[in-house]
Each structure stands twice: as C-alpha cells, then as structure tokens.
Write a protein that binds this ligand. Structure first.
Ligand code: UD1
Length: 316
C-alpha cells in the first residue's frame, strides 16, 4: 500500500509511520514541523529497512493546496493526522486552528478526490461531543463543541462524510478520545495531561490540576489508535462516510491519574490546584460498540499498561 501520513512528524503520525513502514508499506509524510518534531522520525530508516518499502518526506504546509497535491499524488491511502491538536491553543488562536484544521483538511480531501485516492482516514476528536451530560458518548448523539478545536474537528469530519456522499471518496473519520503514549511531546505549553504530569512528577515536581481534578477522561493508548487507522484503511466500503469513537470505553479522573502515576513512579506527590481551563469538558467516556461491530476493533493495550509504557519511554 502507498500511504500518505499527514502530520507524520507528530505523536500519532509518527507511530503510524513506524507501523506502516515495518509492515512493508511505502510511506510518504507531509509535515511542516510546526507541532510535529523531527526527532520523532530519527529511526525512520531502520523502520523502512525492516519492511523493505520506500520512505519520502514532503516538508510543507497543508494550508498550501499545491504542496498538498504533490503529497497526495500516487497515494492509495491517506491517514490524515496533521492538525493543531490542542483545545487550549484553539481558544488562544482560533483563526490559525481553523486554517490548519479545516482549510488544510479540505485541501487534502479535494486532492484525494481529484487524484484517485482509494481511502481517506481522518483524525477527528471526542471534543466535538461537548458537555452533554449523557455518558458514554455514542456516535449518534448530537455534537455540541465547546471550543474552536471541537468546531474544527466537527467540520473536518462533516466534510469527509459529504465527500463520500457527493463524490464517492471513501472516507472514515476517527473520533479520538485523549490519546497518549510514546513520542507525545511533554515539553510544550500545550502538552496533553499525561506526558505533562508524568514528566513533571518524574522530576519530583507537583502537577497542577485545572480546577478540582474530578474531570474524567477515556484515556486511549496509542496502539489502539494505530489499529483503528489500519482497520479504517481496510474496512469494506459500507463502513465509509461514517465516524467512529476510538477509545477504551473506561474513564478515570485526573486525581486518579495522579495516583496511578505515583504508583508507577514510586512517588507520593500531591497535585496542586489552579483555576479551571476555558473550554474544558468535565466528563468524557466513549461507547466503542460501533468500532467493535463495524470495524472489528479490540482494545489491545488498556490504560494501566499504556501508562507504564509511557512512563518508561519518558524515562529514556
Ligand atoms: C481534548 C479532547 C481530545 C483531543 C485533545 C487535543 C475532549 C474530551 N478531549 O483533550 O479528544 O484529542 O483535546 O488536544 O475534549 N489538565 C490539567 N492540568 C494540566 C493540563 C491539563 O488539569 O496541566 C486537564 C485539562 O484541563 C483537562 C484534562 O487535563 O481537563 C485533559 O487535558 P488535555 O490533555 O489537554 O486534553 P483534553 O483537552 O481533554
């Protein structure tokens, strides 16, 4: 398979690049390394050798339609991960978030349609469910995003569905629930909570809970997300034009997360509290039955095992 991974220098993207190269796919990456990191791809040559395929890098921005066409040319499958992936950052800068997450996605869909791509798998997000009190979140529930990021992801996956209906482009949208694991950046101002807390606590520092810390999340280890992308790429056509939750179907609070990290690290660090974060959702939990039934998804690495692997990676 010839696979384009957009955002292949990012956390999720680079994990997809690794898996696809190792199984022998030809992989092209488009990344402008704005949020992606070159160090995520340092081992790319050994992954390529293991599978015997070809690796190419297109360094460029998905907001540029010409660059996008160049990247999409000759590809069978697009695994679209490129984004500005942060709720908080979208609150601070909604326009850039819109331009990358919405316009960039539309550029890719148009190129995929025009250049004969067979399957377009797009990263969507649990953030589009917003704050409705009903748990778990089922794909049929109305969306009600609380942040520009949620709006962007809703628009992106709606474009996917419409491109399937209008033009017959085979799209699959994956609603990721708080993904974590190796290669997720612990050092950005907008780092996700697990790499942030794990790296702070490993240095003996206190993490800061935004509000009470009673927020809950369905934290999802990266291997499950890689699996869903591959299932999305290979699922029968009947599965297309649809969105699927990608999660574990279990949730923990941030206070419980701190406790688990203390257990793994052998520390006894108490978190401190800061003000609640604007645009933050209180509770998040996925129903994963649709992914299980229609795509054959199975959680392969659960929360505790994933957390141990992540802490081990951060320690390296
Ligand atoms: C959201 C989306 C997720 C998306 C991600 C992209 C939801 C439910 N999830 O994650 O699908 O992939 O954005 O960024 O909308 N926190 C602290 N202290 C900190 C940092 C974070 O308490 O120092 C809290 C946050 O306020 C939040 C939780 O930890 O309640 C998780 O935050 P984060 O990791 O940023 O992800 P979400 O915003 O939940």
């Amino acid at each position: 398979m010839r696979v384009l991974v957009t955002g292949g220098g990012g956390f999720i993207g680079s994990n997809l690049v690794e898996t696809c190269l190792k199984r022998g796919d030809d992989v092209r990456v488009i990344d402008n390394f704005a949020t992606g990191r070159r160090e995520n791809l340092v081992d790319v040559e050994s992954w390529r050798k293991a599978g015997g395929g070809v690796f190419e890098l297109v360094e460029g921005d998905i907001r540029d339609a010409e660059t996008v066409r160049r990247a999409v040319t000759g590809m069978d499958v697009v695994l679209h991960q490129a984004a500005i992936p942060s709720v908080a950052r979208s609150v601070a800068d909604p326009l850039t978030s819109h331009q990358v997450n919405q316009d960039g996605t539309l550029n890719l869909l148009i190129a995929a349609r025009d250049l004969g791509v067979k399957r377009f798998v797009a990263a969507s997000s649990s953030s589009l469910y917003g704050e409705s009190p009903t748990l778990p979140k089922v794909e049929t529930m109305p969306s009600a995003p609380l942040s520009p990021y949620g709006v962007d992801k809703l628009a992106g996956e709606t474009y996917c569905k419409v491109f399937t209906q209008l033009y017959g482009l085979q799209t699959v949208a994956l609603r990721y629930f708080n993904v974590f694991g190796p290669r997720q950046d612990p050092n950005s101002e907008y780092s996700a909570v697990i790499p942030l807390f794990a790296s702070l606590m490993a240095r003996g520092e206190k993490p800061t809970l935004n509000g009470e810390g009673t927020q809950t999340r369905d934290f999802t280890y990266i291997d499950n997300v890689v699996q869903m992308n591959l299932l999305g790429a290979e699922a029968p056509e009947a599965a297309c034009g649809e969105a699927y939750n990608v999660a574990c179907g279990e949730r923990i609070s941030l206070l419980e997360l701190v406790e688990k990290l203390n257990g793994i690290l052998g520390t006894q660090i108490a978190a401190q509290h800061g003000p609640p974060r604007a645009g933050d959702i209180q509770h998040s939990l996925a129903d994963i039955a649709k992914a299980e039934e229609k795509l054959g998804y199975k959680v392969t690495v659960a929360m505790d095992e994933g957390l141990q692997r992540t802490v081990a990676w951060l320690a390296q």
